[in-house]
Design a protein around this ligand. Structure first.
Ligand SMILES: Cc1cc2nc3c(=O)[nH]c(=O)nc-3n(C[C@H](O)[C@H](O)[C@H](O)COP(=O)(O)O)c2cc1C
Length: 385
């Protein structure tokens, strides 16, 4: 499978560095952004989920109607939609988009966030529910006959689905996270496994854990989840200019946090238990805990991975920056390809302009590097002629 690029969908021009308070959907902006990604050859756009934000399915259908190639990753929390309804909604989008739907399933990294929409089960149970949910989705997409389900979280009788995904093997399922439960469920059942940007060594360790979970679930090497790694690149013509821009970005993030337009990071807490859960107040999801721990060890890791943006935003979601010229960034991204990343998510801080810059200067350089690697691998002396 080739290396592919992911971006994130934005419904209006509000950004973390230039927030527009109470911005509503700007349909022209949404379409312009999505078409930009499509035109520059990004492969996917994630439509994220948050308890207080827009409905990803409607946004996804709009993107599908105005683009040709880009795949639409719908972020979905199992507590928000019964699995039978989700199976049909995703297959509907898949048919509308001629086979471009993908689903990113979210166990839920925060009890408080889950409670906002009436979900009160603990995190380990949320992963058990996620596992059951994925099994139901797959069955609903494939079963030729009506079927019953009597599980720990869902129960129904004679569900019959006439809305099938375009591909016979269904819609790709992605799972993200960095906890043991995430590795176990995603390793066993996901087509794609999403990670936030960590240094190469830590990323490689996570990939090994995911592959080990896949093997433990009986999946052969050829059927392991494809690895997705997420970065927030800050780029300019030269490394020096990119670092100056990175510091301006950090100043803006801090100023906006001071002004209350970005939620403040949680107060410092102690990592307390062997399960990796923190005391009340700190991020409960292991992915964010790991980012903060790595940030505490230093600002710059490997070639260009930068952590002050993590600390400034309290490691809320994807927040590790990559800083440098397009050449430095392409080389950094290729380092991740070399350790097993197949899907590279890049989105910036100045959303639309950054998406254009990456499309012009970074995607082509990475693809060039990939071609060179292929040519070398196919060259004489490598056994493949
Ligand atoms: C690449 C990626 C994208 C994610 N997108 C979302 C999202 O849109 N909404 C959300 O609530 N959680 C999102 N998450 C969070 C997780 O899917 C998951 O619920 C959380 O990280 C669980 O934490 P864990 O690390 O403790 O397993 C995302 C995670 C990753 C790695």
């Amino acid at each position: 499978m080739p290396t592919e690029f992911i971006s994130v969908t934005f419904p209006n021009p509000s950004t973390e560095i230039n927030p527009i308070p109470d911005a509503v959907i700007d349909p022209d902006y949404l379409v312009r952004y999505a078409r930009t990604l499509d035109d520059y050859g990004y492969n996917y756009t994630l439509v994220p989920y948050d308890s207080s934000s827009y409905d990803p399915f409607t946004i996804g259908a709009t993107i599908a109607a105005h683009t040709k190639n880009i795949k639409i990753i719908i972020a979905l929390r199992p507590n928000t939609l019964p699995p039978t309804v989700a199976a049909k909604a995703l297959a509907t989008l898949d048919q509308l988009s001629r086979g471009r739907a993908v689903v990113h399933l979210i166990a839920g990294g925060s009890d408080a966030e889950q409670a906002k929409e009436g979900d009160f089960i603990p995190k380990d149970q949320r992963y058990a529910r996620l596992e059951e949910y994925i099994r139901i989705l797959r069955r609903a997409w494939q079963s030729p006959d009506p079927f019953d389900w009597d599980g720990a979280f869902f129960r129904f009788k004679q569900f019959s689905n006439r809305v099938r995904p375009v591909a016979v093997d269904g819609i790709p399922v992605s799972v993200g996270g960095s906890s043991d439960d995430a590795y176990r469920v995603g390793g066993a059942l996901a087509d794609i496994f999403g990670l936030w940007g960590e240094p190469l060594k830590e990323t490689r360790e996570q990939i090994d854990r995911i592959y080990a979970a896949a093997a433990a679930a009986g999946r052969p090497e050829g059927d392991r989840p494809r690895i997705w790694v997420t970065f927030r690149p800050i780029t300019a013509e030269t490394d020096e200019l990119a670092w100056a821009k990175a510091h301006r970005t950090l100043d803006a993030l801090r100023a906006n946090r001071g002004a209350g337009t970005i939620a403040p990071p949680p107060p410092p807490t102690s990592t307390s238990t062997t399960t990796g859960q923190r005391d009340a107040g700190g991020p409960q999801n292991v992915g964010s805990q790991r980012l903060l721990e790595i940030a505490g060890r230093g600002d710059v890791h490997d070639r260009a991975l930068w952590y002050p943006t993590v600390t400034a935003t309290g490691a809320r979601g994807a927040s590790t920056a990559l800083v440098g010229s397009p050449q430095t960034l392409a080389e950094s991204i290729l380092d991740y390809v070399d350790i097993g990343a197949e899907l590279i998510s890049i989105r910036g801080y100045d959303n639309l302009n950054d998406a254009i810059d990456y499309g012009r200067y970074i995607l082509p350089k990475v693809r060039e590097g990939l071609k060179e690697r292929e040519t070398k691998a196919d060259g004489p002396g490598n056994g493949s002629g």
